[in-house]
Write a protein that binds this ligand. Structure first.
Ligand code: ATP
Ligand code: MG
Length: 153
């Protein structure tokens, strides 16, 4: 799947649309240069799941968790991690992310997975790149069908 975005609003709109394709228990990698739009996309995803909180880059906490309710009124969790701010892959353990992986009531988004070799099997990989104009961004989405194909490939 490929999107060409012309503004941050459009990136959010694409993310809201894409959120419909995501099922609980999946892990999504968001790769790409600084400022390429990963967090903006995650903000749109959160909106797509009906989350009202303002989604910001996890900084000191390294991982942000936003509870939300699905249509069936079950409690779910939107987990947002930014590996850019980790000193090492080992630090990832300190975030407690492990406990969230594999849970059927959580959906996980990890920015900067390419920074370390993470022992995580991703279900989706989204790659962001700057376009030709200042506000254009190329967003390439790939469903990783088998975990053999997970990051790094
Ligand atoms: N089409 C676009 N889509 C997304 N963001 C855009 C677009 N055009 C301009 N921008 C701007 O680019 C910046 C993207 O920032 P954002 O935090 O989403 O990037 P990021 O990839 O998460 O960066 P980082 O690697 O630092 O986490 C914002 O300031 C946003 O307003
Ligand atoms: Mg970011």
């Amino acid at each position: 799947m490929f999107y060409l975005s012309h503004s941050s609003q459009e990136t959010k709109k694409f993310a809201i649309e894409f959120a419909l394709k995501l099922s609980m228990g999946t892990v999504v990698a968001l790769e790409g240069d600084l400022g390429s739009g990963k967090t903006t996309f995650v903000q749109g995803l959160a909106e797509g799941f009906g989350i009202k909180d303002i989604v910001r880059s996890p900084s000191f906490t390294l991982m942000n968790i936003y509870p939300f309710q699905s249509v069936d009124s079950e409690k779910h969790y939107f987990v947002h991690v930014d590996a850019y701010r980790l000193d090492s892959a080992a630090k990832l353990e300190e975030t407690g992310l492990d406990e969230w992986i594999g849970r059927k009531d959580a959906i996980i988004f990890i920015e900067w997975p390419e920074r370390f070799e993470l022992p995580i099997a991703f279900d989706w990989k989204i790659v962001f790149a700057y376009g030709d104009e200042e506000e254009t961004r190329e967003i390439l989405i790939r469903h990783l069908l088998s975990h053999k194909d997970s990051y790094p490939t």
